[in-house]
Design a protein around this ligand. Structure first.
Ligand SMILES: [Zn+2]
Length: 257
């Protein structure tokens, strides 16, 4: 393990433009359940009930969607960043962070103190809600209050359009601008660090592939194997917060001096 940590320290020391790619494994260490894990939301609900087309075309499906979405939001809204999030914040402080591309919708990179313009949320955010017709934005908490008061599927104040959290649902297109930015950064970085992602959800998972194709080094920290392990300069199968905490420890010390 020591040797792997040393290698991680060296990769970070030599990098100038780091792209962090984070997935659900980073959030689970802040106590947020993974949708796809045993005991996760998809054991309780059927994902096929929540396809975008179904949500927008059927009021009953929408009501069911809000029950599921609300349950999940309430499990994540008070979560706090773990040592891995703080390590990524430190990378920004060191001037080495190009961007964070995240599959997570929990705002934990924001809460850790990274600049919003460094964070690309590929799957959107659970903390805001938009009208699908006029695009008016609402705070999630405001909509949650409406649900608590008995409204089952909320509608827009201005145009009565359908409201939906700003997360990317099954069957919904990836946000074009975010995807474009993520690809651009993947071609600019000299080190790509994958944290807590099994790299199986596309097109998001193609980001580290572009980075490697463009000559960047690749570090993967994830509990399970990923299809990119054989392309990586360093792979550690362990807890993300533990590993990143150890790799970043000398840098934290340097900043304090
Ligand atoms: Zn509207």
């Amino acid at each position: 393990m020591d040797e792997l940590i040393e290698k991680g320290i060296e990769l970070i020391r030599e990098a100038r433009k780091i792209l962090v790619f984070s997935g659900a494994g980073l959030s689970t260490e802040s106590g947020i359940p993974d949708f796809r894990s045993p005991g996760g939301i998809w054991e309780k609900y059927d994902p096929s009930d929540f396809y975008f087309q179904k949500i927008i075309s059927d009021e009953k499906a929408r009501e069911k969607y809000w029950v599921m979405s609300s349950e999940f939001f309430n499990q994540m809204k008070d979560a706090v960043p773990n040592p891995a999030h703080l390590a990524i914040k430190e990378l920004e402080g060191m001037g080495k962070l190009l961007a964070i591309v995240t599959q997570n919708i929990d705002r934990l990179h924001h809460k850790a103190g990274n600049s919003p313009d460094k964070i690309i949320e590929l799957h959107g955010t659970a903390f805001s809600v938009s009208c699908l017709s006029c695009k008016k934005k609402y705070e999630r908490e405001e909509i949650e209050e409406r649900l608590k008061s008995g409204i089952k599927a909320p509608y827009c104040d201005d145009c009565s359009g359908i409201l939906k959290p700003d997360t990317i649902s099954f069957g919904q297109a990836m946000p074009a601008q975010e995807m474009e930015e993520a690809i651009r950064h993947s071609r600019e970085c000299d080190l790509c660090i994958v944290l807590g992602s099994s790299l199986v959800v596309y097109p998001a998972a193609s980001i580290p592939i572009y980075a490697v194709e463009n000559g960047a080094r690749l570090m993967i920290v994830n509990r399970d194997n990923t299809p990119m392990d054989s392309n990586a300069h360093l792979v550690i199968h362990d807890s993300v917060s533990k590993v990143l905490g150890m790799i970043m420890a000398p840098f934290f010390l340097e900043t304090r001096h």
